[in-house]
Write a protein that binds this ligand. Structure first.
Ligand code: URA
Length: 205
């Protein structure tokens, strides 16, 4: 279940992110803005429940999200994608998932996993700016499911068709949201045209 969020403001920001000369300071700010702009699409359809609202004039009916939201960035680049989501979902809790990509095998190697309790009751949104081979995302989803999560979504900035295919075959019910579906992966597992190493560009490494 793939949704490409094709919005003119998001696409303008993304074009700035692709520019090889975009400095880290600007890159971080743009990632944050795109993340925020993606939130309405990524959270569409979350269940709400009715609440009473007391305005200065009378009592009316309102709503609140029915379940807590957990944002689950995959370290390290997911951290750079987190703030824009938190800006619009300030009550969310954070699950940290440490997966390093082995640059030779391209396989994810787990090194950290810490989540809030009661994942079973939460809406979990997994964050990683780049969906390349799909290995890290698949592993993150597996770990979260093993820890009780049942309501999961995944959001990225740029996806490769290879990664989408891998996720769709391993987790066919996972909604995937991306700002762009790019052409393919190169031999080193980088997305083309892509935007390079998102973690390096966010953190200036
Ligand atoms: N991770 C990145 O940061 N960039 C890519 O192109 C692929 C994986």
């Amino acid at each position: 279940m793939l949704e490409v969020i094709d919005h003119p403001v998001i696409q303008t920001e993304l074009s700035g992110l692709r520019d090889r000369d975009c400095p880290s300071r600007e890159f971080r700010a743009r990632v944050r803005r795109v993340a925020s702009l993606m939130v309405p699409a990524v959270t569409a359809g979350l269940e709400t429940r009715p609440i009473a609202c007391e305005t200065p004039l009378e009592v009316t009916s309102g709503v609140e999200l029915a379940r807590p939201v957990v944002l689950a960035p995959i370290l390290r680049a997911g951290i750079g994608f987190l703030d824009g989501f938190l800006d619009l979902l300030p009550d969310a809790s954070i699950a940290h998932i440490g997966l390093a990509r082995n640059e030779e095998t391209l396989q994810p190697e787990p090194y950290y996993f810490k989540t809030p309790p009661d994942l079973g009751d939460a809406e979990v949104i997994v964050l990683d700016p780049m969906l390349a081979t799909g290995g890290s995302v698949s592993e993150a989803i597996r770990q979260l499911r093993d820890s009780g999560a049942t309501r999961l979504r995944f959001a990225c900035l740029v996806a490769a068709p290879e990664g989408v295919k891998a996720i769709e075959s391993e987790h066919p019910d996972l909604p995937i949201f991306t700002a762009a579906l790019d052409r393919c992966l190169n031999a080193k597992g980088y997305i083309l045209p892509g935007l390079g190493d998102a973690g390096d560009r966010i953190f200036g490494t």
